[in-house]
Write a protein that binds this ligand. Structure first.
Ligand code: R1P
Ligand code: URA
Length: 250
């Protein structure tokens, strides 16, 4: 029998720190490119998950799929059943501000949402899901030390990818400083807070809704090298002085 309705991994199969890619191909690539002693711990629904080591430290990867409901299920089970303590999303996002260029990194400090999920949970409050402060500071410091083009600030999460009003629907959050949009960060920060866990979302900008630019999906795995290296260094509390020779710099 499976341990949860969505996961065949056994208790103890995950490390306490789990990186969360949205796409199973990204998960596979991270496992093959960055981890040692790696084994696959889940294949249910194609939500590939691996556990291995990064510079000696235990680390897991788990695919979240697309959207808040999908991420919320996997994050909940990782925290409740598998004993995860730290979740770091390694995702993609669309730029909402002119200065947020393609291929840069967006480290989300907080995330607004158009989802109805939290409206039923907080009574009269509009909940403000936020990154773990310690992870956020570490990511900002390491990104600067690594010379990565990055932005730290608030983001938006939307339940809608294809919308008839491509940019107009973001007018309110853009006018209040939102840098980029994805679909899961709001849910990640909310579920992590419920369990008293640490969470951070780092996304690579793959298109700009403002500048009407797009990356080619064939370049995307390579594009993720900086984001994944940063997330792994944040996860394992490395400093850039310890970075392996040949670590990508920008
Ligand atoms: O590339 P991932 O991490 O899946 O993230 C983004 O890409 C998907 C939409 O194409 C959504 O999940 C969105 O949040
Ligand atoms: O435009 C984009 C790009 C990635 N992910 C999103 O949710 N939107």
């Amino acid at each position: 029998m499976q341990t949860t309705p969505h996961n065949e991994a056994k208790r103890g199969d995950y490390a306490e720190t789990v990186l969360l890619p949205g796409d199973p191909q990204r998960t596979e690539w991270i496992a093959a490119t960055f981890l040692q002693d790696v084994r696959c711990v889940n294949r249910v629904r194609g939500a590939l998950a691996y556990t291995g080591r990064y510079r000696g430290a235990p680390i897991s990867l788990h695919t979240t799929g697309i959207g808040a409901p999908s991420l919320a299920i996997y994050a909940h089970e990782l925290l409740e059943t598998y004993g995860a303590k730290t979740l770091i999303r390694v995702g993609t996002c669309g730029g909402l501000a002119e200065h947020v260029k393609l291929r840069s990194l967006v480290i989300s400090q907080s995330s607004s949402s158009d989802s109805a999920i939290n409206r039923q949970l907080f009574g009269v409050y509009d909940y403000a899901p936020s990154a773990n402060f310690e992870l956020l500071c570490r990511a900002a410091r390491l990104a600067a030390e690594m010379g990565l083009v990055h932005h730290v600030g608030q983001t938006a999460s939307s339940d809608v990818f294809y919308h008839p009003d491509v940019l107009g629907r973001f007018a309110g959050v853009r006018a209040h400083g939102a840098l980029a949009v994805d679909m899961e960060t709001n849910a990640l920060y909310t579920v992590a807070a419920r369990f008293g866990a640490k969470a951070l979302s780092i996304c690579t900008v793959v298109d700009s809704l403002v500048n009407h630019e797009d990356t080619d999906s064939t370049e995307r795995q390579e594009l993720f090298t900086d984001m994944v290296r940063l997330a792994l260094d944040v996860a394992t509390n490395a400093t850039s002085a310890e970075a392996e020779p040949g670590s990508p710099q920008r």
